[in-house]
Ligand binder design. Structure first.
Ligand SMILES: *[C@@H]1O[C@H](CO)[C@@H](O)[C@H](O)[C@H]1NC(C)=O
Ligand SMILES: *[C@@H]1O[C@H](CO)[C@@H](O)[C@H](O)[C@H]1NC(C)=O
Ligand SMILES: *[C@@H]1O[C@H](CO)[C@@H](O)[C@H](O)[C@H]1NC(C)=O
Ligand SMILES: *[C@@H]1O[C@H](CO)[C@@H](O)[C@H](O)[C@H]1NC(C)=O
Ligand SMILES: *[C@@H]1O[C@H](CO)[C@@H](O)[C@H](O)[C@H]1NC(C)=O
Length: 758
């Protein structure tokens, strides 16, 4: 916990600031959190939040997909500078690599992989792998460059192999594997090398994209040989110089020293820029430790110190808190000034993986903790629309894709708008970008998984949405898309209202209610009637078991979850949902059934909000607390297997962080549902000197989590919710009395259900 300086006689504010600056929060961070058990988080070096370079090992283990490059067991076959974090689907990136090899290298195209001698070691800004052949590899980085430090066994010949064709493979057979399509490398007399690689496909079905690199060694290169070939067949292997083309190709650097330090810069624009990035950020003779110190300082200042915990917290909770914050801001990547597609004064962020995952609760915490980056991110989404035609739902290698449900950038923009994000955001353009999603059918990209309409961007099923007010089975994922399109249109309503566009305001509010058109009151399951189901063009509902979603995938009526879950997902229209469900008691029982029937999946985003909808019934908030603790909070820890599902670019981590804070956001609205905070005292730095201070007394995370009473900004509080204005806009306080007894303290006005008129 934060170490309070003993120098007193400074004002309280000064004390708090000193405490923040003095505390090294990185001591609580486990970079391996969520790396196994399907979490797929990236444990390697990320020198600052949103850094473009993510330097770490690439591991192979049979036909297991290594989504972030890393696997806990298996052979290391390179250390590359680009990775995603926490994604599913298929691996992306893992390009621009080096691999150290001992002895002679008869064939650099052969399998050069090595088992580890021991488990990898990582702290913020630092990574170490010990290979079975005696080589130790240590890594550090800056935002656009990496530093490799190799120690070879004595009395061996050290080599570094640079294989331009190195890219993370996928073995799933879904057509989402990446391909190397060519490259070039040039070696120079001073021992440095430059070049580029071209790759395509991956989960977002990207066309060819290029990356440029510039590598230098601190030690003298004794010999260099370039190579090329096909598969593992060498067709040339000779002196340095330039090789290029569509073959596999690269270079082998051989040294006399046993300790080799290499610095490698990357760029999406040119080799010149890759070298400039390198020399600006990691000049010659930079010490690895200096980069590590810099990385720790960046993460402490920019991220970790934003949430400060008072005395009385246990270490495991602090580790979960700060390790989750690392996972939240590892991606997207800030590629401002590294956009190869257009020139613009706007910021540019890539590796959005995906808004389908992150809009539900990452978006609002991103805004609270990193308002500067969040505004840049919003501007970047709008600038992508300006130049690529649509905002992304997902994006990597500078290419939009894929869209799983709705156009959720609409929800992200609406959330920012209603919470007063203005700054340098051009909101007329922002609304125009949202309107494109709502009115323009994106060109079909003929995705083999869903050939009916675009999976690249926008709303592929828009023709039905506009014509019928629902989506027929002519379109895949018809029902889950319809529910999401409703929330997207609610986002347009919110922004149109703010901008004074009255006609659009009315239009999109009406459209946001269209999820109701999929509601079949006669669909029944486990004592409940009324579920969202498929609907034909002639208006008939299709018979549907509410417990089943068929294959739950790209070609089915529901994506990744079933009718029970999607029926609770129109979060802007909960008043109607309660009515359609049969009133308060039935509604409470419906949420209970998610758990009784084991439908609830804490590891999948469409389930995220459901456990807290009890707050929409007076006196039932304690049930949300119970779920928060027993069905969500207890599934997480800071260990390697500590995430209940894919990190999904930090969506899963944001979910646990909100539980710890004791609030849950309703994206696109200013409402936060009240849960139960984990810590005796938490101070959230909101920027510009504003703070939100949340205290609890009488609580115990496991045995006494229930709210007995609450004061907000010093006033007794009876509502199960607060607004952005109450506690975030200008800061505020929330003082909870917690206990082991369930209490119906929440007798006040219910949370808003802004679309629940007719
Ligand atoms: C190599 O030899 C040097 C000098 O004896 C020694 O300091 C170093 O630890 C040895 N390195 C390894 C990896 O054994
Ligand atoms: C490598 O060369 C051998 C012999 O010419 C040939 O049979 C084999 O198909 C080649 N493999 C690849 C991957 O090109
Ligand atoms: C993003 O990158 C640009 C260019 O390097 C930089 O000016 C900006 O401050 C970065 N944003 C954040 C939030 O670090
Ligand atoms: C539901 O069933 C009742 C009774 O069979 C029927 O009258 C009604 O039309 C049905 N409603 C719908 C929407 O199918
Ligand atoms: C709609 O079409 C389906 C399938 O052709 C048919 O079974 C159903 O009876 C039709 N409903 C109406 C109201 O015409």
């Amino acid at each position: 916990m934060p170490r309070l300086p003993m120098r007193s006689l400074l004002g309280l504010t000064a004390l708090t600031n000193l405490a923040a600056a003095d505390t090294d929060y990185t001591q609580y961070v486990n970079p391996f959190m969520g790396t196994t058990n399907g979490g797929n988080r990236f444990p390697g070096v990320v020198a600052a939040p949103f850094a473009m370079v993510k330097l770490g090992p690439d591991v192979q283990s049979g036909t297991t997909d290594a989504y972030s490059g890393y696997l806990a067991s298996g052979n290391v076959w390179g250390f590359s500078l680009t990775h995603e974090s926490g994604t599913g689907g298929a691996p992306k990136y893992g390009v621009v690599s080096q691999m150290p090899v001992v002895g002679t290298v008869p064939n650099p195209l052969a399998d050069l992989s090595q088992p580890r001698a021991s488990a990898d070691v990582a702290t913020i800004g630092y990574y170490k792998t010990s290979l079975a052949n005696g080589i130790t590899v240590e890594l550090a980085a800056s935002e656009h460059a990496g530093l490799y430090q190799y120690i070879f066994p004595n009395n061996t010949t050290p080599n570094i192999v640079v294989d331009v064709s190195h890219v993370l493979p996928s073995f799933r057979g879904l057509g989402w594997e990446q391909h190397y399509s060519g490259g070039s490398i040039s070696t120079f007399d001073d021992g440095h090398y430059e070049g580029s690689g071209t790759y395509n496909n991956g989960w977002n079905l990207s066309p060819n994209w290029n990356i440029y690199f510039c590598g230098k060694f601190e030690q003298k290169v004794s010999t260099v040989k370039t190579f090329r070939g096909t598969g593992t067949n060498l067709t040339s292997y000779g002196k340095g110089g330039t090789v290029s083309g569509t073959d596999r190709l690269g270079a082998v650097f051989t040294f006399e020293d046993a300790t080799i330090t290499s610095r490698v810069g990357i760029s999406f624009i040119s080799t010149t820029r890759a070298c400039a990035n390198l020399d600006a950020e990691i000049p010659s003779k930079t010490k690895l430790q200096a980069l590590v110190t810099q990385a720790k300082s960046r993460w402490n200042t920019q991220v970790f110190s934003k949430i400060r915990i008072g005395p009385g917290a246990n270490n495991a909770d602090l580790q979960l808190l700060y390790s989750s914050l690392l996972g939240m801001f590892t991606i997207p990547s800030n590629k401002t000034s590294e956009n190869p597609k257009w020139q613009s004064a706007e910021p540019y962020y890539d590796d959005v993986f995906t808004l389908w995952d992150t809009h539900r609760c990452h978006t609002s915490l991103f805004h609270v903790l990193e308002p500067v980056a969040h505004e840049e991110f919003i501007r970047s989404l709008i600038d992508i629309w300006r130049h690529d035609g649509f905002m992304p739902d997902a994006r990597s290698s500078n290419f939009n894709g894929r869209v799983q449900g709705g156009s959720n950038a609409d929800n992200v923009l609406a959330d920012a708008y209603v919470k007063g994000v203005r700054g340098n955001v051009n909101w007329e353009d922002g609304f125009a970008a949202m309107r494109t999603d709502a009115e323009v059918v994106p060109p079909n990209n003929f995705d083999p998984k869903a050939p009916d309409s675009s999976t690249k961007e926008g709303r592929g099923a828009l023709p039905d949405w506009i014509k019928y007010g629902y989506i027929t089975p002519a379109f895949t994922r018809a029902v889950s898309r319809a529910v999401e399109y409703s929330t997207n249109d609610f986002g347009l309503y919110q922004v149109a209202k703010g901008l004074g566009k009255t006609a659009d305001e009315q239009k999109y509010l009406k459209r946001s209610r269209n999820w109701r058109n999929h509601w079949n009151p006669n669909a029944t399951s486990n004592g409940h009637s009324g579920f969202v189901v498929p609907r034909l063009a002639n208006g008939s509902f299709v018979p549907q078991d509410p417990l089943s979603c068929g294959g739950c995938y790209w070609g089915d009526a529901y994506y990744e979850d079933n009718p029970w879950v999607y029926s609770l997902n129109a979060l802007h229209d909960i008043g109607t949902l309660k009515k359609l469900s049969g009133g308060d008691a039935k509604f409470v029982d419906r949420i209970d059934k998610l758990f009784d029937l084991k439908i609830f999946n804490a590891g999948n985003e469409p389930s995220f909000l459901s456990p807290y909808l009890y707050n929409f019934v007076n006196g039932q908030q304690w049930r949300s607390v119970q779920r928060s603790r027993n069905n969500v909070g207890n599934l997480y820890n800071a260990g390697a297997s500590g995430l209940p599902g894919n990190s999904d670019a930090g969506a899963m981590e944001a979910n646990i962080l909100w539980q710890m804070i004791g609030l849950y956001p309703m994206t696109g609205q200013t409402t936060f549902l009240i849960l139960s905070p984990w810590f005796p005292q938490m101070t959230i730095d909101l920027g510009n000197g504003k703070t939100l201070v949340i205290t609890t007394t009488g609580g115990d995370k496991n045995t006494a989590p229930y709210v007995q009473s609450l004061k907000v900004n010093g006033k007794q509080w009876y509502k199960s919710w607060v607004t952005w204005e109450d506690i975030f806009a200008n800061g505020g306080t929330m003082d909870f009395v917690l206990g082991s007894t369930t209490m119906g303290w929440d007798t006040g006005e219910l949370p808003p259900a802004p679309a629940s008129g007719d």
